[in-house]
Design a protein around this ligand. Sequence first.
Ligand code: ADP
Length: 245
Amino acid sequence: MEQEIAVAIDDLTVAYNYKPVLWDIDLTIPKGVLMAVVGPNGAGKSTLIKSVLGIIKPIAGSVTIFGKPYKKQRQLVAYVPQKGSVDWDFPTTALDVVLMGTYGTLGWIKRPGKNEKKAALEALEKVGMLPFKSRQISQLSGGQQQRIFLARALVQNAEIYFMDEPFQGVDATTEKAIINILKLLRKAGKTVVVVHHDLQTVPEYFDWVTFLNVKKIATGPVKDIFNNDNLIKTYGINYQVSIQE
Ligand code: ADP
């Protein structure tokens, strides 16, 4: 049986101030993979995710989510933005932030009720943040905030999860907790796309990888394409790597 496609990106080109940062990207992401997007700083990794989510308008190309435009599939997609990109000063509790994740499944007028609250508490439990449910979000550490955002994504009960450097600035325990949740999501048949920096952990954490540096260098199973050849093509000839092949 042919593998179902979760995300299809066709001929995508994105520019800021006329300078292309993504060039003619063709990329298909099969359903059910746990995929790392790797590439040097400024390679366009965040831009790629933002373009898929319609946050940035490309100058050319198209994206579909399970065969339809993002606008029609919004409810299937959850997004955990990069930590630094969020204003944490708004006065709201951890539980409220997670509850916001349930809004997409409610109508315009309905407010979150018992079921939504139960789901939010369960998600907080899963990420180990239940004891902090009443804490103001601004009074949590960076890693804890990241876990709250993950909990919010979990209650969305999406089909595809996009996460922009979820391990950035978190301690080892949090990193393990997050990766375990991502693996559980994959086990449940979800598709998870993660912008990732630590090349050493790619083979342990992910089963799929995309190498990006303005252009798509390669995409596919980690076991087939995570090799020095692609790393050098992506990071440059002087890049010293010691990947065990
Ligand atoms: P990565 O996530 O791989 O580090 P980004 O997608 O954040 O890369 O950025 C790609 C390029 O686009 C970089 O050169 C960055 O400076 C530039 N860029 C990102 N966002 C903007 C913006 N809002 N305006 C202008 N240039 C931007």
